[in-house]
Design a binder for this molecule. Structure first.
Ligand code: DON
Length: 310
């Protein structure tokens, strides 16, 4: 057993013994029904080794982690023009906040808060029916993960729709500023379905590889995005991937990461590893409590950090 394999196993064992696991998200009924005792971890290294622990093969709702793949898709469609419709600054606000939008004329702070992700969904919808736009995203994720088993959980998608009053408000509000091109319900349909994609830790870590490999699908594989774009997506994950807790995540873990209210986190150690962790209980900022702790342990033990070595 390698040191890394042992470390992954030991972290999962430590997490299994912890009682304080945070609270599962309750505002979407199928998320409220998930057992908080789950914990899964997958580390895919630059050499291609795959280390799994705990419930790493159990699917969960990726929720806002989908925003990373949707952003990559939108940049592929419109390139730099995206930045005239969405900013690149941390918001310092909750993921579903509406307050900045009025002051900033309907231009969301970044593509990872909900308002920004709705603009990204609107870009991905251009020239398509909603079903095609979401199909494209799903195919892209399956290609990245090399796994055709990845699918949308329709029950979660329906629940998003039924409870998504804030998102509906955000889309309509941005429409009033001219920053949503389609009928808001069509853009929302794309967004709700992307949040409802179900993946396990292995699939998610595999799908994140292009961000550790400088934009290549896998070592020596096809180019997914230019190296500069991969670096920039990582920069956005680091500065905006955990909403108003992005600073704390950078401080504790030191890696680009994107969380979702399903309790998943995708973290990238550029040139070293793509990591997915899942534990459904959330901390006060809506990020996975044990997922963050597990990543902190992993980063401490390996020295993986974008801020220094050793
Ligand atoms: O927009 C929502 O309410 C959710 N379906 C997705 C939010 C999410 O995962 C935010 N993240 N931490």
């Amino acid at each position: 057993m390698t040191n890394l394999a042992r470390l992954v196993r030991d972290i999962a064992a430590e997490m299994a013994g912890l009682a304080d696991r945070g609270e599962v998200a309750t505002y979407i009924p199928p998320l409220a029904a998930v057992d908080p005792r789950h914990f899964g971890l997958c580390v895919v290294t630059v050499e291609g080794a795959i280390h799994l622990a705990g419930d790493a093969l159990e699917p969960f709702s990726i929720q806002s982690i989908s925003k990373v793949f949707a952003l990559t898709q939108a940049l592929g469609k419109v390139g730099e023009a995206l930045w005239s419709r969405v900013g690149r600054e941390p918001s310092g606000s909750a993921f579903n906040s509406i307050v900045q939008l009025e002051r900033e004329q309907g231009i969301p702070r970044n593509p990872f808060i909900n308002a920004g992700a709705l603009v990204v969904a609107d870009v991905n919808l251009a020239g398509h029916e909603p079903r095609m736009a979401i199909g494209d995203l799903l195919r892209f994720i399956r290609y990245l993960a090399e796994d055709d088993g990845i699918a949308i959980d329709e029950m979660v998608a329906r629940a998003e729709q039924a409870t998504g009053f804030r998102n509906i408000a955000l889309a309509n509000y941005m429409k009033s500023f001219g920053n949503i091109e389609h009928a808001p319900e069509r853009t929302l349909g794309v967004y709700f379905h992307q949040c409802a994609i179900a993946m396990n830790c292995r699939q998610l870590a595999m799908a994140g590889r292009f961000l550790m490999h400088g934009g290549l699908h896998s070592p020596g594989g096809a180019r997914v995005v230019p190296a500069r774009r991969a670096r920039r997506i990582n920069a956005l994950m680091l500065t905006c991937g955990h909403y108003d807790a992005s600073g704390d995540f950078a401080f504790r873990v030191g890696l680009p990461g994107k969380s979702g209210v399903g309790g998943g986190i995708l973290a990238i150690a550029p040139g070293k590893a793509s990591i997915a962790v899942w534990s459904p209980g959330l901390n006060a900022n809506g990020n996975s409590q044990l997922g963050t702790l597990a990543l902190e342990r992993l980063a401490d033990a390996t020295g993986w950090s974008v801020f220094g070595v050793g």
